[in-house]
Design a protein around this ligand. Structure first.
Ligand code: PEP
Ligand code: MG
Length: 323
């Protein structure tokens, strides 16, 4: 198996009928880049910046953040690097921010909500990202978006930072892309609208599954509901991909589902372009993608999208994967 996978090292990621895909890697910081490249990742599809914040005892400065982002941009030598802005709250605690305990933290004050409520802190990160964008293909990704207002407010802050940098004579990529992490049921429902103003989508299936099924996977009693084989989750994913493809923006996936070989044909059928997985999953995912033609994937999709239960969906996908 390992030797068979090695045959995919250095190969283009493409379907059996030659549709090109991008195989990217999820990282938590510059320290994860060597493994990403060693496993033959082509890009960074998710840089979770909260580790920069969680590993510190106070907010990292603009300079500290700039160095981390620049480091990754340089190491990727012009390949895309999608950097997610601070995703605090929910399962990600940063003690020195001294956030109040909440009864329902997953529905509370977190991620883009916290950042927009603290624009001076947020601008430190956005300035660092803009400055680093002069050294590679950095794209900004906004987590936990639920409405257009949030995307517009973030983009306005980015413009404010650009004006400041212009005034200071600091270089940055004037066309830097601002995209949305699609991980709430709300965002999925308005994917067609968001696609008009987002530069790209990346589907965060870890949270999208939980928010769509109203199920906390850490809770044993309801964990059985936490599965992307439920038609509700599949249809949310489909709506996101199809909406993005229709509007001509790049659509990727950076949640765990991107590395699920059972799901690969559906993602191919819907036209998803970028798969972002953990480093050890790169070659296996490239292999799975190479085993499907668009026509075969479409035929399977037509059948699976009509199924009514997660069990039926999983069984159908398993059967197809054995062929
Ligand atoms: C996700 O929600 O799918 C995701 C990739 O982000 P995280 O796991 O960091 O919440
Ligand atoms: Mg998430």
């Amino acid at each position: 198996e390992k030797a068979a996978l090695e045959a995919f090292r250095g190969k283009e990621t493409a379907t059996a009928d030659g549709v090109h895909k991008v195989l990217a890697v999820n990282i938590g910081g510059p320290g994860d880049v060597p493994a990403a490249l060693e496993h033959d990742g082509e890009a960074i599809g998710l840089f979770r910046t909260e580790f920069l914040f969680m590993d510190a005892t106070s907010l990292p400065t603009e300079e500290e953040q700039f160095q981390a982002y620049q480091n990754v941009a340089l190491a990727l030598k012009g390949a895309p690097v999608i950097i997610r802005t601070l995703d605090v709250g929910g399962d990600k605690e940063i003690p020195y921010l001294k956030l109040q305990k909440e009864d329902n933290p997953f529905m509370g004050y977190r991620a883009v909500r916290y950042c927009l409520d603290n624009p001076d802190e947020y601008k430190v990160q956005l300035r660092a990202l803009l400055r680093a964008s002069a050294f590679g293909d950095i794209k900004i990704m906004v987590p936990l978006v639920t409405c257009m207002e949030e995307l517009r407010q973030v983009k306005a802050l980015v413009e404010e930072c650009k004006s400041e940098l212009d005034a200071e004579g600091v270089d940055y990529n004037k066309d830097i892309e601002v995209g949305v992490m699609m991980e709430t049921a709300a965002a999925a429902n308005i994917a067609d609208l968001l696609a008009d103003e987002a530069a790209f989508f990346s589907i965060g299936t870890n949270d999208l599954t939980g928010y769509t099924m109203a199920s906390d996977r850490g809770n044993d009693k309801v964990a059985y509901l936490y599965s992307w084989y439920y038609p509700a989750v599949l249809r949310a994913i489909k709506k996101i991909i199809v909406s993005g493809v229709e509007k001509g923006i790049m659509v990727g996936m950076c949640g765990e589902a991107a590395a699920d070989p059972l799901l690969t044909p559906l993602l191919i059928s819907w036209g998803m372009e970028e798969f972002s997985v953990s480093a050890p999953s790169v070659l296996r995912t490239r292999k799975t993608i190479s085993q499907w033609t668009k026509a075969d994937a479409d035929a399977l999709e037509e059948k699976v999208i009509q199924l009514k239960t997660a069990e039926e969906v999983k069984a159908a996908l398993e059967e197809a994967s054995r062929k």
